[in-house]
Design a protein around this ligand. Structure first.
Ligand code: FAD
Length: 453
């Protein structure tokens, strides 16, 4: 009988184990490719992710020769209905290991009744939950996790399925409506674009990654995060290609970054509440600022007008490209939590609204890491200094000048603290909204109080 391949975070055809099992199960009857626009995910996604998903779906529809069926609604109604329409014998998915995905899939499986629901693979090289300590408990800390993850290993990429016999016929909705990006530029979408991005990175930047990854002014990283998020490429494919690149420092560093993504998914698998709640709950009592002045400061952060150039550049990159360089994500997150005394959850929500690669596990645990409240936490007392970080990682101000045009004519010497320039900051650029040294002490005092209590 026909099998249904329900696509979610795996919007590609290459290296797709669930597609292989769907093809095997279908025999001559063909595979029906399905995407369900779930209002519970679509609504809260934010404009960049909605538009990016729409473009990924357009590419996938083309790759399936127009066979992709799109339906909107609650998956536990839609998937069984489509399965009935084509008299499917089985529904195939790549496992979703996030908290909502697990609940949703359990409901769909129940609603399917006698139709088999088969999970093959996941968005990760090693499925979350599979890497544990010898005694079977989960890792709390990245480095030993990464070691065990490498030792565990991963399967080789699945072969390309070749010419799939797609099942045609059932009604499909149009692609979701185009979203108004208001000038935000998104990376190219779809499997071919992922491949081209990866090939270019391997040729041009992989072998300078260990240093290049930390300087936001140079394009030293892969920019694959949105592709990994939507599964237009699988990390297994990347890891197989990396094996051919030797095991130098650059390759090791890049593999480590993929391991961070797997680590955070593993933490979320074991502790689904960690997406919203403090992993170190005692730190929830630190005390946060509220009221009209605090709101003004948050608005300055959101719009890139804090008067701290590297923070403002990062927040403007977020609005301009729905993306922020990793080093700068840490700096702007630290600024919101430790200089403006806001809860990490607030920043995490804002990021999820605006990032094209917004991912619950990587984002929310990234925020907990910076806030010092996570499993594998930087200690709370590590506070990023936006001026010294700027000078160290953007020494000539390339990044800052790209995103903050008011600072283009400021001498590199002053570009990370323009208030020290002869004549003060350039017209139109704000003075610093807070005194970093003072706010750092406030944050540490509050932390000390909670720690003693
Ligand atoms: P590269 O340096 O080329 O790394 C390759 C891949 O490794 C990335 O695409 C990503 O999938 C993974 N990776 C790299 N660093 C990390 C990391 N620290 N944690 C988890 N995975 C990593 N990443 C997201 O994919 N989605 C998010 O929503 C997200 N939010 C973040 C929020 C904060 C506060 C912080 C500090 C980090 C966050 N990250 C997030 C991690 C990291 O910043 C991005 O993955 C990275 O900047 C993406 O750029 P790239 O693809 O060029 O990365």
């Amino acid at each position: 009988p026909t099998s249904v391949l329900w696509f979610r975070r795996d919007l590609r055809l290459g290296d797709h184990p669930a597609l292989m099992t769907a093809v095997e199960a279908a025999g001559a009857d063909g595979v029906l490719p399905l995407f369900v626009v779930d209002p519970r995910l679509w609504g809260p996604s934010g404009v960049p992710r909605r538009e990016y998903l729409r473009r990924c779906l357009a590419a996938l529809r083309e790759a399936t020769g127009g066979a992709l069926v799109i339906r909107s609604g609650d998956p536990s109604d839609v998937v069984p209905a489509v399965a009935r329409e084509v008299a499917a014998g089985s529904v195939h998915v790549s496992a979703d290991t996030g908290p909502y995905g697990r609940r949703r899939d359990a409901a769909v499986e129940r609603a399917l009744g006698d139709v088999a629901f088969t999970r093959t693979g996941s968005p990760y090289a090693v499925g979350p939950g599979l890497v544990t300590k010898r005694n079977g408990t989960p890792f709390q800390v990245f480095t030993p996790f990464a070691r065990a993850w490498r030792e565990h290993g991963w399967p080789a990429p699945a072969p390309h399925p070749g010419d799939v016999a797609w099942c045609r016929g059932p009604r499909s909705e149009d692609l979701p409506p185009e979203q108004d990006l208001g000038g935000t530029r998104l990376p190219p979408a779809g499997e071919e674009a992922a491949r081209a991005t990866w090939d270019r990175f391997r040729e041009e930047r992989l072998h300078a990654y260990a240093d290049g990854r930390n300087t936001p002014g140079t394009d030293g990283t892969s920019r694959l995060s949105a592709h990994l998020k939507y599964g237009t490429v699988h990390p297994r494919t990347l890891l197989a290609d990396l094996a051919a690149e030797g095991d130098g420092e650059d390759v090791r560093r890049f593999t480590d970054e993929l391991a961070w993504r797997e680590f955070y998914a593993d933490v979320l698998w074991h502790r689904p509440e960690s997406a919203r709640e403090y992993l170190r709950p005692e730190l929830a009592a630190i005390g946060y600022d509220s009221g009209p002045h605090a709101e003004e400061l948050v608005a300055a952060w959101e719009t890139g007008r804090t008067g701290f150039p590297i923070v403002d550049a990062g927040m403007r990159q977020l609005l301009g490209e729905a993306y922020v360089h990793n080093r700068v994500r840490m700096i702007v997150a630290s600024f919101l939590v430790k200089d403006l005394h806001q809860e990490w959850t607030r920043g995490a929500r804002y990021f999820m609204q605006h990032l094209v690669d917004g991912d619950l596990a990587s984002n929310n645990h990234g925020w907990q890491w910076v806030a010092g409240t996570g499993t594998d936490a930087s200690p709370y007392y590590r506070v990023f200094n936006p001026v010294t970080q700027g000078k160290k990682f953007d020494p000539d101000g390339t990044y800052v000048k790209r995103w903050v045009p008011e600072l283009r004519d400021v001498d590199a010497k002053y570009v990370h603290e323009p208030w020290t320039a002869p004549g003060g900051p350039p017209p139109g650029y704000p003075d610093p909204v807070v005194d970093h040294a003072h706010e750092r002490r406030v944050a540490l005092d509050r932390f000390e109080r909670v720690r003693r209590a």
